[in-house]
Design a protein around this ligand. Sequence first.
Ligand code: HEC
Length: 137
Amino acid sequence: MIRSKTRGFLVAVTAAMLMVAAGCGGNDTSAADSAAKTAITAADRAEAQELFAKRCAACHGTTGMGDGPGAMALTPKPRNYRDRAWQRSASDEQIEKAIVYGGAAIGKSPQMVANPDLQAKPGVVAALREIIRGFGR
Ligand code: HEC
């Protein structure tokens, strides 16, 4: 009886310590920062470049200005990602969420379609976010 209670307590303490360690890895715990910490490999970046050209540029434009041919008929139109004010207003988490789950997931246009196949590829999603951030520099 006493032994199993002690073990239960130890499990709880260990779990709590693990949660603290995972949460406070770098002194900050915001989701945006954890998104920014996703490791991005060279292969992820290459895949993201290819994906952006194939799936995203049609609407977002090759230079991120929201002026791709597919954007003509859209209301609202995709943002101009060169707009610094927009860049400051959007969190990394928001950007990544829109990419994987679609615009509606962040309260934007449902015409921004979800990319569920990218759910299993966080590195590629992070690299796409990097591309979008890159337009603002
Ligand atoms: C069919 C056209 C279309 C395609 C294809 C498309 N988007 Fe979008 N995207 C949009 C529209 C429209 C919005 C929403 C604009 C709004 O509501 O302000 C949007 C919003 C976004 C947002 C949210 C930005 C914000 O305003 O907060 C991100 C990030 C994004 N798209 C990235 C991508 C990426 C990466 C791809 C390719 C994997 C992609 N989009 C493909 C049309 C498209």
